[in-house]
Design a protein around this ligand. Structure first.
Ligand code: FPP
Length: 248
């Protein structure tokens, strides 16, 4: 299970890190402790993805819907993200990690946006794994912002509606220049996409694992990658044997 062939490692893995609260509840701890343990799992996941040869790792850190949580929890999550960038940026930079942030940047607190921009700017030239942090992200919101942007281009006469191809739309989303995810993992046993990368995950393999996010270890991650390697992706085509039969 521990040998992964480079040819079957997904280029882009995206993860819905779910179950921090339940992890804490199960131990009689406050939810904030679950999120704190979750940050440790984030560090381990970045290291594991890099060591396995994954090129892009996208983590759903804060959704546009998470603002509906109690103020104290929102503030805990913001604090953790800020601390993560302040404490880990130098280490990630040294590990040659490139950071990208996706999500709506409008109206972000004045102590968050500069940190996100600094993380992107500092690591822009790195050539190792790209860590994509989905922050204040929701897929429908991303698509709506993109549609508005493109509609403005059309209204200004800079874009003809015939140029609105799926490639053009992909290239206008927050994830422009990032390949579509090959594998989307959700932890905690829930089986939903929850407004995460809806456009980009059109052909992704979906994997739902029972572990709560704080328990998502190097071994759990490697097992998921091994399970992915055994899947057959057809992208709407036929499986190889059927293709042969049709062709012969
Ligand atoms: C889901 O657990 C997790 C989140 C809403 C946030 C994930 C955030 C982190 C792991 C920490 C910050 C991230 C980075 C990149 C430093 P939940 O609270 O929905 O758990 P529950 O469903 O069990 O209540």
């Amino acid at each position: 299970m521990n040998q992964l062939s480079p040819s079957t490692v997904p280029a882009h893995v995206a993860i819905i890190m779910d179950g921090n609260g339940r992890w804490a509840n199960a131990r009689g701890l406050p939810r904030a402790m679950g999120h704190r343990k979750g940050v440790e799992a984030v560090r381990e996941a970045v290291k594991t993805a890099a060591e396995c040869g994954v090129s892009y790792l996208t983590l759903f850190a804060f959704s546009s819907e998470n603002w509906n949580r109690p103020e104290s929890e929102v503030s805990d999550l913001m604090g953790l993200l800020k601390t993560f960038i302040r404490r880990d940026l130098a280490v990630l930079h040294k590990q040659n990690v490139r950071i990208r942030v996706i999500g709506d940047r409008a109206n972000l607190a004045s102590d968050i946006l500069p940190l996100l921009l600094e993380a992107e700017e500092t690591t822009r030239g790195n050539s190792g794994i790209t860590l994509v942090i989905a922050f204040n992200y929701g897929s429908r919101d991303e698509i709506a912002r993109t549609v508005r942007k493109l509609a403005e281009e059309v209204a200004a006469g800079r874009l003809d509606p015939s140029q609105l191809t799926s490639e053009r739309i992909s290239a206008s989303l927050d994830t422009a220049d990032i390949p579509d995810p090959d594998l989307v993992i959700r932890t905690s046993g829930e089986e939903r996409l929850s407004n995460f990368l809806l456009w980009q995950a059109a052909y992704a393999e979906l994997m739902f694992v029972p572990e709560y996010w704080p328990d998502f270890t190097r071994d759990t991650f490697r097992t998921a990658l091994a399970r992915y390697a055994a899947r057959e992706r057809r992208f709407g085509g036929l499986q190889p044997a059927a293709t042969l039969a049709v062709g012969s």
